[in-house]
Design a protein around this ligand. Structure first.
Ligand code: ADP
Ligand code: MG
Length: 331
């Protein structure tokens, strides 16, 4: 390869923000043992290594969910509360960022080495600023279910004991009650400058895990709060931070669909323009709390940057970047 083509490669460097779904770390039917989670992270890391092998100039920043891990850890705090001081959700969020960050650092590093790629991968424990006046903090607006399912009786006892907000999120079953916490919109990523520096230096950065640790500005200080930020919306903020060329959301389905779960389901595979996708979003084709925030995050990315956002399945990551799989949202 001559100097000219090397230079072309340098100027063509593509920055990719990858948001990994829950299935990248733990499958729904699993307990969440170390062995299971490490194996899932290994499978995911092979995809990341394949993305880099496909084009070694790619600069990558990763984010991930933490729902099952933080739910279990919160429950553990509760069960052990008479022996060990229980930690609130912001601390639990930080603990799971460290936990999942380690698993990915370990597996990504290993799989890159197997491919003969010399790149560092680091996790940043990451705070995300939210507005204390976000509607989600007001009254009983909070909408993000966390932790275990309870009967109505159990839920109301917990509400009195812990001052939790509880809601019947699955009215069709007896144990349909859960704690709900605010799910505020992310405003900015506190550690953004460090993330940007590392990504530009070619380091694979894991950031904003679980949507980031939510913090509010109070009396001139940043204070952690008991809330959960949607990881796809936080991922969009991270895409802004690194000025990503592509925002790639990897999940457990191959694309976004219209009429999801109905006999006349339509798979949205290929390119779709922003106004068209907005129409589908407004017509409520994408469920609240799952595909909804993914499509919303993509709409925000394309609107702000004029660049591409993709929703695809984890095992089609390389094909999705080659524009051969997934739902692509373009201006
Ligand atoms: P992740 O952990 O990757 O964030 P989610 O469960 O939050 O995964 O979102 C992916 C899920 O969204 C799919 O498994 C699917 O059941 C659901 N979903 C809801 N609406 C749609 C839709 N319109 N098209 C495709 N999937 C949808
Ligand atoms: Mg999700």
């Amino acid at each position: 390869m001559g100097i000219h083509s090397l230079n072309c490669l340098r100027f063509n460097m593509v920055k990719i923000l990858i948001a990994l779904g829950g299935n990248a770390i733990k499958q729904a039917n699993e307990q969440g043992t170390k062995k299971e989670q490490m194996l899932n992270c290994d499978v995911t890391s092979k995809q990341i290594a394949a993305i880099i092998k496909d084009d070694p100039t790619r600069q990558i920043c990763l984010t991930h969910g933490n729902g099952p891990q933080s739910g279990n850890l919160a429950l553990q705090q509760d069960i052990a509360k008479d022996k060990i001081a229980p930690q609130p959700l912001d601390i639990v969020g930080a603990m799971t960022q460290g936990q999942i960050g380690f698993m990915f650092q370990n597996r990504i590093q290993t799989n890159l080495a197997k491919e003969g790629i010399n790149k560092q991968c680091v996790c940043i424990i990451n705070q995300v600023l939210v507005d204390i006046n976000d509607p989600q903090f007001i009254g009983d607006n909070a909408s993000k279910p966390v932790g275990n399912f309870y009967t109505q009786e159990e839920a109301l006892a917990l509400k009195n004991e812990k001052n939790w907000l509880v809601k019947n999120v699955k009215p069709s079953v007896t144990k349909g009650w859960r704690r709900v916490v605010p799910c505020p919109d992310p405003l900015s990523n506190v550690e953004r400058n460090s993330i940007r520096l590392l990504v530009d230096a070619g380091v694979i950065v894991i950031a904003s895990g679980g949507g980031g640790i939510p913090v509010v500005q109070k009396d001139g200080e940043l204070v952690g709060v008991e809330a959960v930020i949607d990881k796809d919306l936080a991922g969009q903020k991270l895409a802004e931070v690194i000025e990503a060329d592509v925002f790639l959301i990897l999940t457990d389905v191959e694309c976004a669909c219209l009429n999801f779960g109905k006999p006349d389901v339509v798979k949205l595979i290929g390119e779709f323009h922003l106004p068209q996708m907005k129409e589908y979003y407004d017509a409520k084709h994408f469920l609240h709390g799952s595909m909804g925030p993914k499509v919303l995050a993509c709409l925000r990315h394309v609107e702000k940057t004029g660049k591409r956002a993709i929703i695809a399945s984890l095992d089609q990551a390389v094909a999705a970047l080659a524009e051969k799989a997934g739902t692509h949202i373009i201006p």
